[in-house]
Design a protein around this ligand. Structure first.
Ligand SMILES: [Zn+2]
Length: 355
């Protein structure tokens, strides 16, 4: 990339507090943006808000609030937490509920090219290819689809792996008019509509948690490619490692959340950022209190090294730049920066937002 990078990031469903699992994805995306800037590339980031979502509807109804008011309040807290972590705001921040018309046009286009069909007021995208392209066998694909709200047992579908582009209205959910009757957009289709509105037919980088590979990202790219005829939809993917506790993914449904605001009462944002970034970005990892203590010690080493007036080894700022450009190798860049000190260490601190 020479000048600009179009980067789409799957944002949050604003129904609950920000936890370390969310934060890890958005801190990595932020770090990638900063590294691109260091390399002379302008990152144009679009991070959506999934404010039309079945999980959100359920949470809003428990709170006895309209879905959009409820989402706006949660969104405010989320943005506050990310700002506390020194994450730069994205250039575009589309909210799903404003892209209903786009999803309807997407559904119409997919029907026209024979990749989707209407049944009982819903429009379904034919999903078998998305599953096979993701390298999953059918039972795995069905299990993941069910796990992520894909309703493989919906009797209106021709095939259990088909996914709703448009879902017919149901009680307890918001609904909008469409050529097929009242309903709401499907999750994957919302992201397709928002990504296309910001960037057109494709993106340079699509980012999100490792757990979004299937079904979400697989269906997103399959729908986008079927609609536009342009492939690949994304030139590169940044699938950020999932944060776990004792080997179990951090999730609201499991109840093992580590909240960003709690971490920030005891540690600086630079410590939390370094804990997230000082590892291979694609690897899932276990959070422990010790990992935070280790990051604090590492950061102290880096600050100490930055205070040195002479660079102590053959590595210089160029080496830091090279290591970061080589697949975002933060652990190696950190090692080199601490060993070298001086300007090299200061460059890494500024680039990773650790100041
Ligand atoms: Zn998405």
């Amino acid at each position: 990339m020479l000048d600009k990078a179009r980067m789409y990031v799957c944002g949050i469903t604003p129904y609950d507090v920000t936890h370390l699992g969310h934060a890890a994805t958005f801190v990595w995306v932020d770090a990638l943006g900063r590294v691109l800037r260091l390399l002379g590339v302008d990152p144009e980031v679009c991070r959506n808000v999934t404010d039309v979502d079945d999980v959100l509807d359920a949470a809003a109804s428990r709170a006895r609030a309209p879905y959009d008011t409820f989402a706006a309040i949660q969104q405010y807290h989320f943005e506050h937490d990310l700002a506390s972590l020194n994450v730069r705001p994205p250039r575009h921040e589309p909210r799903a509920h404003r892209y209903i018309e786009h999803v309807i046009r997407l559904a119409q286009g997919l029907i026209e090219v024979g990749r989707a069909y209407e049944r009982k007021g819903s429009v379904y995208f034919r999903g078998q290819m998305a599953a096979s392209q993701a390298g999953l066998d059918r039972p795995e694909a069905l299990w993941l689809s069910a796990e992520y709200g894909g309703r493989p047992d919906d009797p209106a579908k021709e095939d259990a792996l088909d996914a709703a582009v448009w879902q017919a209205a149901e009680p307890g959910h918001p609904a909008w008019d469409s050529p097929w009757g009242p309903g709401r957009p499907g999750w994957h289709a919302e992201c397709v509509a928002m990504a296309m509105s910001a960037f057109g037919v494709g993106v340079d980088i699509h980012a999100g948690g490792n757990d979004l590979r299937f079904p979400h990202h697989a269906y997103h790219s399959a729908m986008a490619e079927a609609f536009t005829g342009v492939s690949p939809y994304a030139r590169a993917w940044l699938h950020v490692g999932v944060v776990m506790i004792d080997g179990v993914k951090m999730a609201k449904s499991v109840g093992n959340l580590v909240l960003v605001e709690d971490l920030l009462t005891r540690h600086t944002s630079a410590t939390v950022r370094l804990m997230i970034l000082d590892r291979p970005w694609a690897e899932d990892w276990d959070y422990t209190d010790a990992s935070l203590e280790a990051a604090a010690a590492r950061l102290a080493d880096l600050y100490y090294a930055a205070g040195r007036t002479h660079e102590a080894s053959r590595y210089g700022a160029d080496e830091i730049r090279r290591l970061l450009a080589a697949d975002l190798n933060v652990p190696a860049a950190l090692e080199a920066a601490i060993e070298t000190g001086g300007a090299a260490a200061r460059l890494l601190i500024a680039t990773l937002g650790l100041d």
